[in-house]
Design a protein around this ligand. Structure first.
Ligand code: GLP
Length: 244
């Protein structure tokens, strides 16, 4: 296998290597490991000298396409998709991602049935002895961490918690408890150590803290969720209209 390096008139060879490598990365050639092959292998593939290859790699690092990890090699930056969520529609994470052609997935952090905290009892309007189902998840879009979500649902809406698969809203809707209205509060915050690690961002990175209370058509409160969305990956967009 070889890669063709075509130099445009007046173009330096190493810049043509930059273009060739960028093209390969764009079509997903090294996507599986995100690791660039060893220098020797690349020199053979591209039929160029080490000096030329190193200059090309240095440019791709400067452009943010590649990064070097000491002792491990040169990696391809996986671009985090930036997602827009219209803040006036009640949608689930799964739907939001699907609408943007991204695949939603989750890593479960917590799942269980507990007595509500005083805050949960107040927000959900449940009695202190009415248990809630708590679900903590790291939410990913095309494999990139986007948000941490911690949801509390009164147990009467989800007596069989095992029925909750990849989408909480789908599980609720399947039982006839489709959330139809929500109140959402957004606040700027910084992520702490544990959350930074889960989200794959530096400690004290900015995040959007979102609290959602969702209701059923009959007005009962079905969900109280706290989320921390990566500020570098999420935009909340509101439509503004003149008041009548
Ligand atoms: C959004 C909301 C959460 C809600 C979740 C449900 O992300 N911020 O409050 O719980 O969607 O998403 P899904 O149905 O994909 O589990």
């Amino acid at each position: 296998m070889s890669l063709t390096v075509e130099t445009a008139p007046g173009q330096k060879l190493y810049r043509a290597v930059v273009d060739a490598l960028r093209r390969e990365i764009e079509i997903g050639r090294f996507a599986e490991t995100q690791l660039l092959p060893a220098e020797r292998v690349l020199c053979e593939l591209l039929d160029v000298s080490r000096t030329t290859l190193r200059k090309a790699i240095a440019d791709l690092i400067a452009e943010g396409v590649l990064f070097h990890r000491h002792g491990a090699g040169t990696f391809i930056h996986r671009a985090t998709p930036r997602v827009e969520q219209p803040s006036s529609r009640l949608t689930s994470f799964t739907e939001d991602m699907r609408l943007r052609g991204l695949e939603a997935s989750s890593r479960e952090l917590e799942r269980g049935v507990f007595l509500p905290t005083p805050e949960e009892a107040m927000m959900l309007g449940v009695r202190p002895n009415e248990r809630v189902f708590r679900l903590g998840r790291l939410r990913l879009a095309d494999g990139s961490p986007m948000a941490i979500e911690r949801a509390a649902i009164p147990i009467r809406f989800l007596p069989e918690q095992d029925s909750v698969g990849s989408s909480l809203y789908e599980a609720l809707s399947a039982r006839g408890f489709k959330p139809t209205r929500g109140l959402q509060r957004l606040r700027a915050t910084l992520v702490d150590n544990a959350d930074a690690e889960l989200l794959g961002v530096a400690l004290d990175s900015p995040a959007l803290y979102i609290q959602r209370i969702a209701y059923l058509a009959d007005g009962s409160c079905v969900e109280f969720t706290k989320s921390w969305y990566r500020a570098d990956a999420y935009d909340f967009v509101s439509e503004l209209t003149l008041s009548p």
